[in-house]
Design a protein. Sequence first.
Length: 399
Amino acid sequence: MKPAPSQRHYGMDWLRIGAFVLLIFYHVGYNFTPWGYQTPTRGPVSWAEIPLLGLSPWRLSLLFAISGYASSALLAKDRGNTGAFFRSRLARLGIPLIFGLIVVVPPQPYMGLVNSGYQHDYIYYMLHDAFSFQKVRYEYVPRTMHLWFVVYLLAYTAILCAVRAALPQSWRDGIRNGVEKVLASWALLPLGVLFVFSVREYLPHGWTDMHSFLNDRAAHLHYGAMFLFGFLLRQSEPLRQAIARQWKVAALLAVLGFAWTASDAYFYPGNIRTPPEWRLAFCFSKSVQSWSTVIALFGIADRFWNYDSKWRPTLAEAVFPVYIAHQTIMVFVSYWIRDKGLTALPEFLILCGSVAGGSWLFYLVGREIGPLRPLIGLKRERPAKRDVTDGPTLASSAT
């Protein structure tokens, strides 16, 4: 597979860009499902959950795996210096996290409270309730909302750095070689599916993905493992070759897994529980879909998307700021249009257009103001423009 580990893999950039674009559609689509949201619009659309179930089993797994891959590239750029790597990640993730929790996120729980009858204005909310660490009506504040992903990513990065600092190089090499030997074989697909299925089905206390850092035991095991898988992938030629051999089979398995998941949603829509006799099969289908889709997309990114263009640097840089802003914009627009009497399609198009446009504007404005750049996850200084015909470079940054 191309390129060599010392070079930038443009396919991973495009995969990361595409994953975050899908995230916007996923969160917009959530407004039309019976799963609940802060500011529901016209109410559920009967079939809306089916396409969302095509994304939900694997989207977060993919994002954490891509983040692990990018972290490995950044560590290589720091010449394997764990301390320098951790300091850079702490700044690039920690500063926008703090800014997001104080400035970007608070409007979301506020709009949810307003939707349920909260009478105070936003200034009162910020001064008295937003950071009170107590329950206000039905909402416990403060909230991390969509920035939980950054909290988890920062935690996994800290744990990785702590382990690297504690273990001698020989131990780390032994662990990496052992895992590589197992995964870079015919066992890649079945072992991955079995791992995801076991985590989701057989861990004590069951599957937890509540975005609660202290309670998401199963989610930490799943997402942390995906982060480490991506970290290993960038360093492992045998593992990349194994994906190159198996991604087509993985794509077929992903489609079959989604077919079962979609049929379950068709026969048992909304909040209707899957009958006990079918629940295990449903969990297994989602596990197949989760792992197989990640492997298939890694293979596709290498086979078809490993090329540069003049738009790639801008889009890759915009991903994190767009992610920070998108959900708050969506909540405001959802609240504004909920009583306009629109049907589902106009509401969906308005939400998609406003969230995409507003988030892009957030990035365009923020990137031009030096002091704001670190707050939205960008380097303090704008990178110099380059010709897209230049050769591949070391991977620079990713969420």
